[in-house]
Design a binder for this molecule. Structure first.
Ligand SMILES: Nc1ncnc2c1ncn2[C@@H]1O[C@H](COP(=O)(O)OP(=O)(O)O)[C@@H](O)[C@H]1O
Ligand SMILES: [Mg+2]
Length: 216
């Protein structure tokens, strides 16, 4: 294989604990490059294996979610050896900023968000980091990004933990719209998965455990 220039990094957007996020160009298309960094404290071979596996898993689950109709970025390029994913740049505003600045505009999207989460769960995908920063509103749809902590599971507990996190984010960061937003989210979730009484009980149980853990 010749030495081809696949993409150009243009600007560092975020230095994360796990990965750096760059704005990039992929054959002229606006893109995002997510590059997992070496961790100095880990054994180099083990570190390489971990980054390789997580890179592949993230790219696989972003694409898998898309195949079930959940809006996610297109994957342009993956290199497990250098722990890089290049994906479509989703133009738009994050649900976090929209919810803080334009509540009335943000609210209707929560039903769609709930539908997307249910579609994930219906297909055994647990996102692992459902925050309002990981949804970008684009073309009238909430695109889900950041599958860095995602995994496959059938366990109701894992689904409940996913929903518990977004509930906590709404409570702590979007309190003024919390009730309406979370109700709409559950409405969307139910429209895909039907009755979810036992899941709601699991979320309550996780909340009780959380409170107890803080008291002790
Ligand atoms: N595909 C994308 N399109 C547009 N912006 C993105 C995309 N992926 C990431 N970003 C931006 O970069 C930020 C961090 O990316 P993310 O994958 O969530 O990494 P982290 O694990 O550091 O949260 C996001 O909150 C978003 O603002
Ligand atoms: Mg994120």
């Amino acid at each position: 294989m010749g030495n081809i220039t696949e993409y150009i990094l243009e600007r560092l957007i975020k230095k994360g604990a796990e990965a750096d996020i760059y704005e990039a160009r992929w054959y002229g298309l606006r893109a995002i490059a997510k590059i997992r960094k070496a961790k100095e404290f880990r054994n180099p071979e083990l570190d390489y294996e971990i980054r390789r596996k997580r890179t592949l898993r993230e790219a696989k689950l972003i694409a898998l979610a898309k195949s079930f109709g959940i809006p996610t970025p297109l994957i342009y390029f993956v290199d497990p050896n250098t722990a890089e994913i290049v994906m479509q740049f989703i133009e738009g505003i994050r649900l976090r900023e929209l919810s803080l600045k334009e509540k009335e505009k943000a609210l209707p999207y929560y039903q769609f968000v709930g539908k997307n989460i249910a579609l994930l769960h219906k297909n055994r995908i647990i996102h692992g980091d459902l925050t309002t920063s990981n949804f970008i509103i684009s073309q009238g749809k909430p695109f889900l990004i950041d599958f860095g902590l995602a995994f496959l599971s059938d366990e109701e507990e894992d689904k409940a933990v996913d929903l518990h996190l977004i509930k906590q984010i709404l409570l702590s960061q979007h309190y003024d719209i919390y009730e309406e937003a979370f109700n709409l989210l559950l409405e969307g979730y139910r429209s895909i998965l039907g009755e979810i009484g036992s899941l709601i009980r699991k979320i309550k149980e996780i909340e009780r455990r959380g409170r107890y853990a803080r008291v002790v």
